[in-house]
Design a protein around this ligand. Structure first.
Ligand code: COA
Length: 345
C-alpha cells in the first residue's frame, strides 16, 4: 500500500534510509534477547545505514512500522531466483511481540511479492530464533533445504523456510516436522466438520500434532509420502501415500488422509492432491493404488471423478460422533509408469 497501513497501535509505511539508526536499535533489541548474537554493523551489515536504497537496488522494498514516532517493526522483500521472492529482516520490538504487528508486516510483504508475480516465498531464520520459527510455521512456511552457515561473528546458522503461493508439494522429514502445527489445524478442522478419518471430535491439538509427528518419522524411514497444498500462501490441504505395504504387495501404495480445510472446498485442491499422490506412487514404482472412504462423503465423489474404481462396500464399518454406523467403500486404481490412469475392472 502506497501511503501506509495503520492500526490504532502502529502505522506501516515505506522504509527510508534515514531510518537507519532506529532500525539498528530495533534489530539489536531483538538480537540481544538471544545469547551469543553480536552486532557489528560497519563490518557485517553496512547496508543498514541506507537500507531502503539497498532493497530498491535489488528490485525489492522495505517497510517500517511506527508507533508514537518510534520505529517498532520492519520487514523487507526482494526477488530471488526464478519466481521466488525472499522475505527479509522481519523484526518487531519485543514490547509488541504477540500484538499482531508481525502478522501485519508479513501480510504487507507477502501481498507485495504476490502482486509482483511471486509464485514462491522463501526466507532464512537463525537457528536460535525459536520464536520466529513458530511464527513462520504458523504462516504456513515449511523448513526447506540445508542449514546455511554464515561464517559471521555470531557463528550464525540459518534454517531455510519456503512455501509456494499456490500448489501442492511433497514434504521431506524436516518440512513435515515444521508443518506439524499447521497440519494439526487442518486435521482438527476436518474432524470437527465430520470427516471420517480415524478420529472423532473433539480432537485435541496435542493428539493431532502427535499423529503428524509419527507421520514425519515414517517419512524419514521412507515408508510414507506426505504432500501439502497451499492456497494464497496458506497451507489448507494434505494427503499421504503409505508405501509400507507387505512384501507380497511391493507394487501397491495406499492413499490416506486426503484433507482439504472446510473453508476452501470445491476449489480443485482435492483433485490436485490426488494427482500429486498418484504421481508420487508412480515415481515410487507402484502400479496399483488403493484407498477407502465413507460411502456418500465428498471423498467418494472426488475419487469417482478421478477415475477410481469402487471394489466393494462394507456396511457399518465406521461410527460417527453421534454413534451412527456408516458404510465404507474400497477403491482401487491401476497406475502405469509415466502417468496415473484409470483401469476397467
Ligand atoms: C474429499 C475432499 C478432500 C475433497 O476436497 P476438495 O478440494 O473439495 O475437492 P475438489 O474441489 O478438488 O473436487 C474435485 C471433484 O471431486 C468431486 N467432489 C468433491 N467434493 C464434492 C462434493 N462435496 N459433492 C460432490 N462432488 C464433489 C467433484 O467432481 C469435484 O469436481 P468439481 O468441483 O469440478 O465438480 C474434502 O471434501 C475433504 O477434505 N473431506 C473431508 C476429509 C475426507 O473425507 N477425506 C477423504 C478420506 S479418505
Amino acid at each position: 500500500m502506497a501511503s501506509g497501513e495503520s492500526n490504532p497501535g502502529w502505522l506501516i509505511r515505506p522504509g527510508r534510509d534515514a531510518d537507519g539508526p532506529a532500525i539498528i536499535t530495533l534489530i539489536w533489541a531483538c538480537w540481544s534477547r538471544y545469547p551469543g548474537i553480536h552486532m557489528d554493523v560497519d563490518r557485517e551489515m553496512p547496508e543498514l545505514h541506507a537500507l531502503a536504497t539497498y532493497y530498491a537496488g535489488q528490485g525489492g522494498t522495505l517497510w517500517a512500522a511506527e508507533s508514537d514516532g518510534r520505529i517498532v517493526g520492519m520487514i523487507a522483500v526482494r526477488p530471488s531466483d526464478s519466481a521466488a521472492w525472499e522475505i527479509c529482516r522481519v523484526y518487531v520490538d519485543p514490547s509488541l511481540h504477540g500484538s499482531g504487528l508481525g502478522h501485519a508486516l508479513l501480510d504487507q510483504a507477502e501481498r507485495h511479492a504476490i502482486t509482483a508475480g511471486a509464485e514462491r516465498l522463501v526466507l532464512w531464520s537463525d537457528t536460535r530464533f525459536d520464536r520466529a520459527h513458530r511464527f513462520y510455521e504458523k504462516r504456513s512456511y515449511v523448513r526447506s533445504g540445508p542449514v546455511r552457515v554464515l561464517d559471521d561473528i555470531s557463528n550464525s546458522l540459518e534454517f531455510g523456510y519456503a512455501k509456494p503461493v499456490n500448489g501442492v508439494e511433497s514434504l521431506d522429514i524436516a518440512a513435515a516436522t515444521s508443518a506439524e502445527t499447521r497440519l494439526a489445524d487442518i486435521l482438527i478442522a476436518c474432524v470437527e466438520a465430520g470427516a471420517s478419518v480415524s478420529f472423532l471430535p473433539p480432537l485435541a491439538p496435542a493428539r493431532a500434532k502427535a499423529f503428524w509427528h509419527r507421520v514425519a518419522a515414517e517419512i524419514g524411514a521412507g515408508k510414507r509420502v506426505l504432500v501439502a497444498a497451499w492456497r494464497d500462501g496458506v497451507m489448507v490441504g494434505t494427503g499421504m501415500l503409505d508405501l509400507a505395504t507387505p512384501e507380497n504387495q511391493p507394487h501397491r501404495a495406499e492413499i490416506k488422509k486426503v484433507l482439504v480445510h472446510p473453508s476452501v472446498r470445491r476449489g480443485g485442491l482435492g483433485r490436485q492432491i490426488m494427482e500429486s499422490l498418484e504421481q508420487a506412487a508412480v515415481k515410487a514404482g507402484r502400479t496399483l493404488s488403493t484407498l477407502d472412504t465413507r460411502a456418500g462423503d465428498a471423498g467418494e465423489a472426488l475419487y469417482r471423478a478421478q477415475g477410481w474404481q469402487a471394489a466393494g462396500r462394507i456396511p457399518g464399518y465406521t461410527l460417527s460422533a453421534d454413534g451412527a454406523a456408516h458404510d465404507t467403500l474400497f477403491f482401487w486404481k491401476a497406475l502405469r509408469q509415466g502417468k496415473a490412469r484409470a483401469s476397467r475392472p
